[in-house]
Write a protein that binds this ligand. Structure first.
Ligand code: 8X3
Length: 256
């Protein structure tokens, strides 16, 4: 299908992991890209690479989604030929620590809630008026199995992903009388920098998360996101829970 050809896709957290893989996959489909990340240096090379390889237009945007003002400023400076965002992929998100609730620091709480919940909320607020005005748009939010099941050491991360689920469903109701679509992708274990960030750079601890089993990779989720985005306008894939074959729940994994 060439339904995505010439569309404009905004991806947050585009410099690594699922965001990076999704950028490649959308580019392959002929979509133009707004790539967002905290560190814009990490996007410059990607921007060039995707533009050359797929002949699409790319714009790199420095945006720290933790701060509403930063979101509003970044969106205000999007060049005119990228302003008509057709697809918003609210991908940016992270986890900090495995502390039990009794020990969760205020800093970690804020980092997770600001990035995963406030970031997604305020960027959606910034882009929605454009979509409503054009009566066209698709918002795809990054959920998680952690938004379905709470687990020990996951309290605030799980809370943030439960919040993403609630926000997605509320928005679905609110946009029911428009052509706009809202979808959620909820992966289980995907091997990205996710666990390294969780364990604050401890590569051994991060590797142990995926030991003895084959996790998903960014590409697996990227293909799903592009599939969701490329359905005909009357089809909205609302919800998708995706596990590696060896996983059956947030903490239920078969290891060899
Ligand atoms: C990532 C999945 O189980 O580490 O969102 O919370 S989990």
């Amino acid at each position: 299908t060439d339904r995505l050809k010439g569309k404009t896709v905004l991806i947050t957290g585009a410099s690594a992991g699922i965001g990076l893989a999704t950028a490649h996959e959308f580019a392959k489909s002929g979509a133009n890209l707004i790539l967002g990340a905290r560190r814009v240096e990490r996007l410059d090379q990607l921007k060039e690479e995707l533009g050359e390889k797929y002949g699409i237009k790319t714009y790199a945007m420095a945006m720290d989604v933790r701060h509403k003002q930063a979101i509003d400023d970044a969106v205000a400076t999007i060049p005119n030929d990228f302003k008509d965002v057709d697809i918003l992929f609210n991908n940016a998100g992270l986890v900090k620590g495995m502390d039990h609730l009794a020990n969760v620091s205020e800093a970690d709480f804020d980092t997770m809630m600001d990035t995963n919940v406030k970031g997604l909320t305020f960027l959606t607020q910034a882009i929605l008026p454009i979509m409503k005005q054009r009566q066209q748009g698709h918002i795809i939010n990054m959920g998680s199995v952690a938004g379905r099941e709470a687990y020990p050491g996951g309290s605030i991360y799980c809370a943030s992903k439960f919040a993403v689920e609630a926000i997605t469903r509320s928005l679905l109701h609110e946009l029911m009388d428009t052509p706009l679509r809202v979808s959620l992708v909820a992966p289980g274990m995907v091997e990205t920098e996710f666990s390294e960030v969780r364990f604050r750079g401890d590569k051994d601890k991060a590797a142990a998360v995926y030991s003895g089993m084959q996790p998903l990779v960014g590409q697996d989720i990227a293909e799903l996101v592009v599939f969701i985005a490329s359905r005909p306008p009357h089809v909205n894939i609302v919800d998708t829970l995706v596990f590696p074959t060896a996983q059956a729940g947030a903490r239920s994994v078969h290891r060899k």
